[in-house]
Design a protein. Structure first.
Length: 203
């Protein structure tokens, strides 16, 4: 199952190197005097607009996945600590098919969420001009591959496990995953990364 936290980056989507990411993002909005102006996007505004666009699209069971913590409903909330990876991925079902879109073009999650929201808004315009067939064809490229397993699934433990439980699960899985015992370097790397993520989260 795809998690809202931490970030579940979709399989097959390339990553933007941090030294090539753009800074910030602004969007136009109507002022009280009736004119338009630009304002820096905030985390909450970008998140809410993204969910709004998903609802207008008709997306089912959307999950916005980031490295920012979530509330009890699984909705991302802006972290007070600096986040190293500000990428955003959104998983949802559209016309009965699992879809995913992701963005790490910008150096902050707010801008990446707003970019995704604007992309979905643009896709929705196809319905007005070309009907459902065009929008379905446009979304063909966003069909989701199998989502990567969460750290909990990799180690076979439940959320909230203690450090001792994490280590015990790691040792048990490593017995079968180690290359010397018929496993592979890739499997060991997955176990090590899962343990690292869970311990960082608990710190």
């Amino acid at each position: 199952m795809t998690e809202s936290f931490p970030l579940s980056w979709p399989e097959g989507w390339p990553r933007m190197p941090s030294d090539r990411q753009e800074r910030g993002y602004e969007f136009r909005q109507r002022r009280q005097d009736g004119g338009y102006g630009t304002t820096p996007v905030t985390f909450a505004t970008a998140r809410d607009k993204l969910y709004d666009e998903l609802q207008r699209l008709g997306a089912i069971s959307p999950i916005v996945s980031t490295n920012h913590p979530t509330d009890r409903y699984g909705i991302p909330t802006e972290s007070k600590r600096r986040i190293q990876d500000e990428g955003v991925a959104v998983y949802f079902t559209f016309k009965g098919r699992p879809m995913v879109m992701a963005c790490d073009r910008f150096d902050n999650a707010a801008a990446n969420m707003r970019s995704l929201g604007l992309a979905i808004e643009a896709m929705r315009q196809l319905e007005r001009h070309g009907g459902g067939t065009m929008i379905e064809r446009a979304f063909t490229g966003f069909v989701a591959l199998s989502a990567p397993k969460s750290p909990h699934e990799v180690l076979g433990i439940k959320p909230g496990a203690s450090d001792e439980e994490i280590d015990a699960a790691y040792r048990q899985k490593a017995m079968a995953a180690h290359p010397d015992r018929g496993g592979s370097a890739s499997a060991m790397a997955d176990l090590t990364e899962a343990r690292k993520k869970l311990k960082e989260r608990a710190a």
